[in-house]
Ligand binder design. Structure first.
Ligand code: ATP
Length: 295
């Protein structure tokens, strides 16, 4: 009897898992379907990432023709560089990410990866080459371990453990009732924003894409969690071309280049120190954030 029970019990587990995951996938799918259709060109070749250079070349974009969102946007992220995009709320930072993933097509100019326009390659190969750590990652109703493994389903246990370690999840796991086997997600243990971001970082470490996009959480994480997230991102960005959408300037002082967006256009580029010396929009944003922090 027990011999029959165990496999049946396992099947029940798999079914519940699938149902939970499918609900999440369905939600994502509905979200994607809500967007206008983005189609592959016939026989679209695969994107070939050799160096990892990302170029926004005179990019223009609108959601509705009467309201331009991005205008003649030009900047490049050289291979292995970390570039941060900053700007007021509504400047167009998240739109940039949506365009890089080709959830929408640019309405002018081109986004190129290693010289290939992303409109000319298959969407599947494009999305395989880019890893994103979103502001508020979705966790599936599964164990923390399985949530990390989702980055690369066929990863070995050793690889998953290494990703967990590099994402600085060890201290969290040591506090969980069943360690890395603890159920998380909507029906499991609720993780904080910073903890969820670290799970997403571990997934991305496993996926090991040549290009990384990190969407910093809008609201500040507690300082311990923030530090852990930043350390984890630092170890990832050392080996990948990285685009950071930043809300707190203190987190991107080490960026190779900072791009300042205003009303959908690039108004300044430079390193933190160059931009402070310039005394323009970035220096103004920096001053405001410093004053806010000292209050
Ligand atoms: P935040 O820092 O608040 O996240 P952001 O710089 O990321 O802002 P975006 O989200 O890119 O800004 O939005 C840029 C502009 O595009 C905003 O004016 C926004 O209202 C508009 N917008 C964003 N998404 C859509 C959409 N799906 N349809 C129409 N307009 C949109």
């Amino acid at each position: 009897m027990m011999q029959l029970f165990l496999p049946l019990n396992f099947l029940g587990f798999v079914y519940r898992e699938m149902k939970g995951s499918l609900a999440n996938i369905e939600r994502m799918f509905n979200l994607l379907q809500a967007q206008p259709k983005v189609l592959d060109v016939p026989n679209a070749p695969e994107l070939k990432v050799t160096r990892g250079e990302v170029k926004f070349d005179n990019v223009e974009f609108f959601y509705h023709p009467e309201r331009p969102i991005l205008e003649r946007l030009t900047f490049a992220i050289k291979p292995l560089q970390k570039v941060a995009v900053v700007g007021h709320s509504g400047a167009g930072k998240s739109t940039l990410i949506k365009l890089l993933f080709r959830f929408y097509d640019v309405t002018g100019g081109a986004i190129k990866i290693d010289g290939q326009s992303i409109q000319g390659v298959s969407q599947q190969s494009l999305r395989k080459s880019i890893g994103i750590v979103p502001q508020d990652p979705v966790l599936f109703n599964a164990s923390l371990l399985e949530n990390v493994r989702y980055g690369r389903i066929d990863a070995s246990d050793e690889d998953v453990d290494r990703a967990i370690q590099h994402a600085h999840l060890d201290d969290l796991i040591s506090r969980l009732p069943e360690g890395k086997h603890t159920l998380v997600g909507e029906r499991g243990l609720k993780l904080s924003g910073g903890e969820k971001q670290r799970v997403a970082i571990a997934r991305t470490i496993l996926k090991a894409p040549p290009i990384l996009v990190f969407d910093e959480a809008t609201s500040a994480l507690d300082s311990h969690s923030e530090q852990k997230v930043l350390e984890a991102i630092k170890s990832l960005s050392a080996t990948q071309t990285t685009l950071v959408i930043a809300h707190r300037l203190s987190t991107i002082v080490d960026a190779d280049m900072i791009v300042v967006l205003e009303n959908g256009a690039v108004v300044e580029t430079g390193t933190h120190h160059q931009l402070l010396d310039r005394g323009g929009e970035y220096a103004r944003l920096w001053k405001i954030q410093q004053q806010r922090q000292s209050r």
